[in-house]
Design a protein around this ligand. Structure first.
Ligand code: 3HC
Length: 588
């Protein structure tokens, strides 16, 4: 069947975007709203979005007016009598959707495909409200629909294969990458996204970290296009609440129970970007310009200590990367390894990295020579007696780290700050073995340290304000972006990232979708730089399993229990890229 006329019901954020992308691809669109005011609002959204596309040279002025001309705006449902396909995009209420589908079923020709853009409700429940459930399918777009190229095609147990094929072919004509999946709350992407978003909200609500720090951590630590709180504002807090509520009711997973503040914001009418205020305040309703963001890099600090000379303990990738970062910023660095050989190896790693920076024209030969000159390698902790700051980056073993902190406390001068780069152990456990717990802080760098801008500054219950502020000042001097958080397993990034990766493994285990389709969903639907299975294989399944286990043991959250498949792969020695096999096979 040839589709030429498409009805879109509901012109909110999603409906307007869907109508735009369909019309842009040459289809006639009948755009329906239930009131003139809502219709005009939807028209305004389309006009603004297409004007932005013209400004960005994605459309010509002529194409824009042809696009708008192809859309008939109406409040008259019977106008759908000529539609070959109808896509419903009203708010997430099952009763409302069922009523609309029953009405559309009576109006549209028998061949018409009836599709819902629901993000979490059961497509089957909606389908049975019509006399043609075999023609009902889910076509789930991602916000902003004109930009994100992923579409989930949801088949129910009664959807006919022919209709699924037509929906797939239609999505391809829009330039989208469709994936066909079964009818389960949240489908692929939302099921993996919303647990993470909800967790970020609870971090914010409990004041574990600030709004900006949570968002910056995920953008800079994971390369996400937006932080979770700003993304929630884009999605709409009412929509997010409804999705979480539906997912919770279907799976009874506490991690999907909407964080209380979401309900409060929605009740107060602060539904995100579309109303001009949600977690952030925007220039105007619908505007992407935030007017109340705090410039965390400019926050004034209290008294700080002077840091001129730095010690780094360890000789692995993190230790050499951190030593390089300090040396490049003009500080003298003593790198202490377990042996002279190991120290020499770390120094040659630093040299190679600096050479690479020169060859990529990121620094001059003179700058390289000066940086290298500033790093000294040794196997003696005694050489740290003059350091103002020591950063420990040895193996993630609590006993080894504790023994080291006892030594550092004995060796370092009074007032020297002792920092750990641990990513999963409690910083307070290290602080209490010293006589200076107020001077112990977490400085969690990301790998590769020379490249990644983010550093999590971890404050324990004992760390002094002066030490936290000094740590922040040091990060700024290094050209890094510090975020501060409390001393909980996973800090911000790992606590938000790994449960999502673990959920992806569970989804695979449940045979809901394939690793390729799940990776595609998160890359194309949410703009992530890597899919969860690609990332797990890069990070290493042993490392991922250990972090997930730590999170589980700290929070005792059943939803954080490591997925059995992850554990089995680790047991089998399939650890990801480094062993040539993980979720995928690699040619090393
Ligand atoms: N038509 C065509 N292209 C357009 C356009 C339009 N109407 N409007 C913008 N664009 C293009 C821009 O030209 C730009 O392309 P370019 O880089 O080649 O110039 C690109 O789209 C990005 O647009 P902007 O410059 O306006 O914005 P940003 O670069 O700041 O990116 C963003 C904004 C696209 C929202 C990005 O931050 C992003 O991808 N965020 C993640 C969004 C996400 O995760 N969405 C999924 C949410 S879940 C969901 O929707 C499911 C639902 O059920 C809740």
């Amino acid at each position: 069947m040839a589709i030429s006329t498409v009805g879109v019901i509901g012109l909110g954020t999603m409906g307007a975007g869907i109508a735009e992308v369909i019309s842009r691809n040459g289809y006639s669109v009948i755009a329906i709203e239930n009131s003139t005011a809502a219709l005009e609002h939807g028209r305004g959204t389309l006009e603004a979005s297409t004007a932005r596309a013209v400004k960005r040279a994605k459309l010509t002025e002529q194409e824009r007016s042809a696009l708008l001309d192809r859309i008939t705006f109406t409040t008259d449902m019977p106008a759908l009598a000529s539609a070959d396909l109808v896509i419903e995009a009203v708010s997430e209420s099952l009763e409302l959707k069922k009523a609309i589908f029953a009405e559309v079923d009576a109006i549209t020709p028998p061949h018409a495909i009836l599709a819902t853009n629901t993000s979490s409700l059961s497509v089957t429940d909606i389908a049975v409200a019509t006399g043609r459930p075999a023609n009902v399918v889910g076509i789930h777009f991602f916000n902003p629909a004109p930009v994100l190229s992923f579409v989930e095609i949801v088949r129910t147990v009664v959807t006919s294969q022919e209709i699924v094929d037509e929906a797939v072919a239609f999505a391809r004509t829009l330039g989208k990458e469709p994936v066909v999946i079964g009818d389960r709350a949240g489908f692929i992407a939302n099921a993996l996204l919303f647990g993470y978003l909800n967790h970020a909200v609870s971090m914010f609500e409990s004041k574990y970290a600030s709004r900006e720090d949570i968002d910056d951590a995920m953008r800079l630590g994971c390369g996400y296009p937006m932080g979770p709180l700003m993304l929630l504002d884009l999605i709409g807090l009412d929509t997010a609440y409804e999705i979480l509520d539906t997912m919770y009711k279907q799976g009874r997973d506490r991690l999907h129970a909407p964080s209380p503040i979401l309900k409060q914001l929605v009740t107060a009418g602060l539904k995100g970007r579309k109303t001009g205020r949600g977690f952030y305040t925007y220039e105007a309703p619908g505007s992407p310009v935030v007017v109340d963001a705090v410039d965390t890099e400019a926050i004034e600090l209290g008294p700080t200590r002077e840091i001129a000379s730095v010690g780094v303990v360890g000789s692995g990738t993190m230790a050499s990367g951190i030593a390089e970062v300090f040396a490049k910023a003009g500080m003298d660095v003593v790198l202490v390894a377990r042996s002279g050989d190991k120290a020499a190896q770390a120094l040659s790693r630093i040299e190679a990295s600096l050479d690479k920076a020169v060859s990529k024209e990121k620094m001059t030969q003179e700058e390289r020579d000066a940086a290298l000159e500033r790093v000294r390698g040794t196997s003696s902790l005694r050489e740290l007696s003059y350091a103002d700051l020591v950063v420990e980056a040895v193996v993630e073993d609590l006993e080894v780290k504790k023994a080291l902190f006892v030594e550092l406390d004995r060796t370092c001068k009074p007032g020297a700050i002792l920092a750990t780069t641990t990513s999963s152990l409690p910083v307070i456990d290290l602080a209490v073995v010293t006589k200076r717990p107020q001077d112990v802080v977490g400085l969690h760098f990301f790998n590769p340290a020379a490249v990644m801008k983010l550093v999590e500054v971890v404050r324990t219950v004992s760390t002094s304000d002066e030490v936290v502020d000094t740590a922040i000042a040091v990060c700024r001097a290094l050209g890094k972006h510090p975020v501060t958080c409390g001393d909980r397993a996973g800090f911000i990034v790992n606590a938000l990232l790994f449960p999502y990766l673990n959920d992806a493994v569970r989804m695979l285990e449940a045979n809901y979708s394939s690793a390729n389709d799940i990776d595609l969903a998160m890359k194309k639907g949410c703009g992530y730089p890597m899919g969860p299975f690609e990332l797990l294989d890069v990070v290493g399944l042993d490392v991922s399993y250990a972090i997930q286990r730590t999170l589980y043991l700290e929070f005792r959250e059943p939803g954080f229990a490591p997925a059995p498949r992850l554990e089995h792969l680790v047991t089998a020695g399939y650890l990801g890229r480094k062993t040539g096999r993980g979720f995928r096979d690699y040619v090393n």
